[in-house]
Design a protein around this ligand. Sequence first.
Ligand code: NAP
Length: 357
Amino acid sequence: MKKIKVAILGCNGLVGRQFARLLDDHPYFELSCVTASPSSQGKQYGEAIAHGSEPNVSEKTGSLVIRKTAAAAVIESGARVAFSALPAAVAGDLELELRRNGLAVFSNASSHRLDAQVPLLVPEANADHLELARVQVREFHGGFIVTNSNCSVAGLAMALKPLTVFSLRAVVVTTFQAISGAGQRGVAAWDILGNVIPYIDNEEEKIERETRKILGTRTGERIQDHELEIYPSCSRVPVRNGHLLSVTVEFPGPVGAEAIAAAFSGFRAQPQRMALPTAPRRPLLLQGNEDRPQPLLDVQAGEPERARGMAVSVGRVRSSGNRCSFFLLVHNTVRGAAGGCVLNAELALKTNLLRGN
Ligand SMILES: NC(=O)c1ccc[n+]([C@@H]2O[C@H](COP(=O)([O-])OP(=O)(O)OC[C@H]3O[C@@H](n4cnc5c(N)ncnc54)[C@H](OP(=O)(O)O)[C@@H]3O)[C@@H](O)[C@H]2O)c1
């Protein structure tokens, strides 16, 4: 199969670097263009990322020269797909322009997540929502935008999906979110070391709206949001990678902890059935020990090697009457960002939404 040429927009950031790692030797995609801010343009990619938590990239990827973050530069590179790891303020208009020019955009930015025609995808939870993109394909001559969710939502929606068989009524969720969730220059060490910050701008709103859309029902080319009530509280904690969530779910009637645990362990979905390259064999990993999951020990969960960080770990499952509680852990820059985006693109390719050069 001829590989499809792709670009990374915002290649130097924490999410951009994860994209580079995942796309460096991808069976379907060939990285042909990287872009960043004006201060990085013209530099060799390998040199630009040679500090901090740089990924191990091949010589070929390392020798790419960072281009201007502009539609013309991406189009000129021959890329058919753009993976966007840009701040929302920059991503919004550029992603629309790329779509107008017939490119497929897979984005981490929040700019278009709630647009009616744009799938907000966690493919284990709502692969069928990808059908929305076919409306865009017709209108924009092959171009479309698919987004992945907020990083906490990526884990939450995945864990809630197998519980929908018991009917979900309400969810109370408290997050303990890693520093890397705020990007490369996100939180000053002075503010976060030895501290917990009980506020993340706009995060609780995203958890409510995005979870309802992802768990919503598709009828034709429309999504009816799930009616579930969601009560989120978000905090930033001094952890490098991995968002831990404490979740309590309310059902219409009693559901035992064993039934919940079995629903988690047995969960498989379309990415697993299609054996997509970045899909973890088991999307939800039930941790047996009572002090797990922990960011330090479990953030890289997922097999095979390409799917490291793509599995969501769940543990401490407890139930009482019609409520059940558990913890979950999601790798924010992998499952909650770059890995989720690449998985979306693999699904789009294998369902013939995305076509080659
Ligand atoms: N971090 C996470 O866990 C996470 C999870 C889910 C979604 N997201 C979303 O993913 C996106 C990227 O997040 P991140 O954490 O990787 O951010 P980041 O570390 O701050 O990286 C941002 C990237 O965008 C580039 N950039 C910034 N301003 C630009 C401009 N005006 N023009 C062109 N390029 C510009 C930067 O280039 P330079 O390096 O040259 O400045 C850098 O490559 C954001 O929309 C974020 O909300 C992040």
